[in-house]
Design a protein. Structure first.
Length: 214
């Protein structure tokens, strides 16, 4: 049996909605996000063997209804949290819009080894972290794995699967500059047949059009 992995972006968070945040890991879902998570759970039509979340609260809240529905399925926490390229100190009392100039400077520098500040990680470290999770998928005995993760993570997964380029992080970061602008909706699903690396389109068919957010 082929191993299948569903990568799911978290539902709408207060950060996505433009509200003030205090830390990258502690950003919760909005009420709309909780509704998106409920619809995601109700619409999923495959029995999972393993449910994975990141350590960030927005993936755990997105997975809450899902884990209640599939209550006998094992849950693990893997290092698939969002790429924190800005220091967590930047998040205290700021909105995404207020952090945008700092974010744009980071990407303009295009330095895969740059660590922007205390608690941040470099692009090279981000790539290595996601590669580590690929190895965990390879080693997992389960066949149907559902992973709740983040937008920048899904974009990197897409790029790595499309280019098969893992090690030259300077070139990879240049390519990622375009990929990070690729729209990834809240609570969307990326399905990958892991053995063949056949990928689906990003799926939001479980969501009414008026509830789709980014």
């Amino acid at each position: 049996m082929n191993k299948t992995v569903w990568f799911i972006r978290h539902a709408q968070s207060t950060g996505n909605a433009g509200e003030i945040t205090h830390s990258p890991s502690g950003i919760p879902l909005t009420d709309l996000g909780k509704r998106q998570a409920q619809l995601l759970s109700e619409g999923f039509d495959v029995q999972p063997d393993l449910i994975v979340t990141s350590r960030y609260i927005r993936t755990k809240e997105t997975a809450q209804d899902f884990m209640s529905r599939f209550s006998k399925v094992s849950h693990e926490e893997w290092p698939l949290h969002e790429f924190t390229y800005l220091s967590p100190d930047r998040y205290k009392g700021t909105t995404m819009g207020e952090r945008k100039p700092m974010a744009e400077k980071y990407w303009k520098d295009n330095d895969p080894e740059l660590v922007e500040g205390p608690g941040a990680e470099s692009f090279t470290e981000f790539v290595a972290r996601i590669e580590e999770c690929f190895s965990k998928i390879d080693a997992a005995p389960q066949n149907n794995i559902v992973i709740f993760t983040h937008g920048l993570v899904i974009r990197l997964i897409l790029l790595l699967q499309l280019t098969k380029q893992y090690r030259d992080c300077f070139s990879l970061m240049q390519k990622y500059q375009d990929m990070r602008k690729f729209p990834v909706a809240n609570a969307c699903i990326l399905k990958i047949t892991w053995d063949t690396k056949e990928m689906s389109c990003l799926d939001v068919s479980h969501m009414p059009q008026d509830l789709i957010t980014f």
